[in-house]
Structures are given as structure tokens and as C-alpha cells.
Design a protein around this ligand. Structure first.
Ligand SMILES: Cc1cc2nc3c(=O)[nH]c(=O)nc-3n(C[C@H](O)[C@H](O)[C@H](O)COP(=O)(O)O)c2cc1C
Length: 190
């Protein structure tokens, strides 16, 4: 049996990187061939949650592959049919907005366009404080689009941050298995 190939794209929700990397590790341990992808912001920004060079080194160690972070590196994904599934985890409000509007000027967003060229499934793990504000329309538009699936998400702090939503990163594996079968894991909002 051939290996299932998964692109794992990280965008700049730095506070969820630790949780995202745990799932990248799990997917690799389960035998998936994981290709790490990072937005330019994720690839270059040091924050209080960690240094960019450390995240890059960890992604390359876990997957055994160099991190894709430019549009030139991303473009062949579609033409060469390089992936079976593309995961964006975490997915920022910025990236949600771009995808909803058809803007493809980062490695993760162009990966979506390139992968969708072949009709491949895309799985999104939302993590943004404006999920129920300006990003609500982006999420709604993407949910109605063919081939787009969501990792189940919740309001993570409805008192302190009433418009914030975060995916349950531990559901990435079952959500990925469902997306590979063309199904949305339910309940998508819990
Ligand atoms: C420390 C830090 C934490 C951030 N956390 C988030 C977040 O959780 N969700 C989000 O949508 N944006 C967050 N941002 C803002 C994004 O990084 C910013 O909108 C950026 O343009 C996203 O670009 P990208 O989607 O191409 O990675 C954060 C920024 C910083 C510096």
C-alpha cells in the first residue's frame, strides 16, 4: 500500500504551535508521510511562544523533510500531485480571510489552491480571536465550499474572548481520516 501524503501547514497562531506540533508528530508516528509547510510569518517570527528557527528545526526533525515556506516551493503541489490531504493547523483569521477571498500570496494559501486544482481535500484547524466577528463570514464561506473540512472547534473563552474560537487539535487525526474519505467529522462545533 502506498503511503498517504499529508501537507501540514502552520500559520501565525503561535500560541497553538505546541499543540499543532504534537499532532504533526502523531501523524508521522502513525506512518503518514508529512510535508511541513509554514507561512512566511510562521517561518520568520520569533515570539514569546518560541523561536522560529527552533520550530523549523523541530518540523524538519519530525517529518524528515525541509519546511516549504515560499510560493515557488509550493506551486508544484498540484501539478505534481504531491499530496493526498492538506491540513492547515493552526489557521489564522488572516489565512481564513485570504482563502475565503481567493487570495493566494503565502505558501499555505497557494498550497490550498494548488492542491484543490486536483480536487484534493483540505482540513482547517481554526485558531483566531475574531472567529465569531470578522472571520465568521470567512469560516461560513469556506464551510460551504467543496473539499474544505474543519477540525471541530469551540469557543475557548466565551466570557473573556466572546468572539474567539479554537479547534480541538486532538481531533486532527480523526478529522483527517474523515476528510480523506470526503466526510466532515461531526460535531464540527462542540
Ligand atoms: C504572538 C502572536 C500571536 C498571534 N496569535 C494569533 C492567533 O492565535 N490567531 C490569529 O488569527 N492570529 C494571530 N496572530 C496574528 C497573525 O500572526 C497575523 O495576522 C499574521 O499576519 C498571520 O499571517 P499568516 O496567516 O500568513 O501566518 C498572532 C501574532 C503574534 C505576533
Amino acid at each position: 500500500m502506498t503511503e498517504t501524503r499529508i501537507g501540514f501547514a502552520l500559520t501565525g497562531s503561535f500560541c497553538t504551535f505546541e499543540k499543532a506540533f504534537a499532532q504533526m508528530e502523531l501523524l508521522s508516528d502513525k506512518g503518514y508521510a508529512v510535508t511541513p509547510i509554514m507561512s512566511e510569518n510562521a517561518y520568520t517570527t520569533d515570539t514569546r511562544f518560541g523561536k522560529a528557527s527552533d520550530w523549523i528545526e523541530r518540523a524538519e526533525r519530525v517529518t524528515g523533510q525541509k519546511v516549504i515556506h515560499t510560493i515557488a516551493q509550493t506551486e508544484p503541489i498540484g501539478p505534481r500531485k504531491l499530496l493526498d490531504l492538506l491540513i492547515i493547523a493552526p489557521c489564522t483569521g488572516n489565512t481564513l480571510g485570504k482563502l475565503a477571498a481567493g487570495i493566494y500570496d503565502t505558501a499555505p494559501t497557494l498550497a490550498v489552491k494548488s492542491h484543490r486544482r486536483n480536487g484534493g481535500p483540505v482540513l482547517i484547524a481554526v485558531s483566531t480571536n475574531d472567529a465569531l466577528e470578522s472571520s465568521a463570514s470567512s469560516i461560513g464561506r469556506l464551510m460551504g465550499r467543496r473539499g474544505m473540512f474543519f477540525v471541530p472547534f469551540e469557543q475557548d473563552d466565551y466570557r473573556g474572548k466572546p468572539t474567539s474560537c479554537v479547534a480541538d487539535f486532538e481531533k486532527i487525526l480523526p478529522a483527517a481520516q474523515a476528510a480523506l474519505e470526503g466526510r466532515q467529522l461531526q460535531p464540527v462545533i462542540f
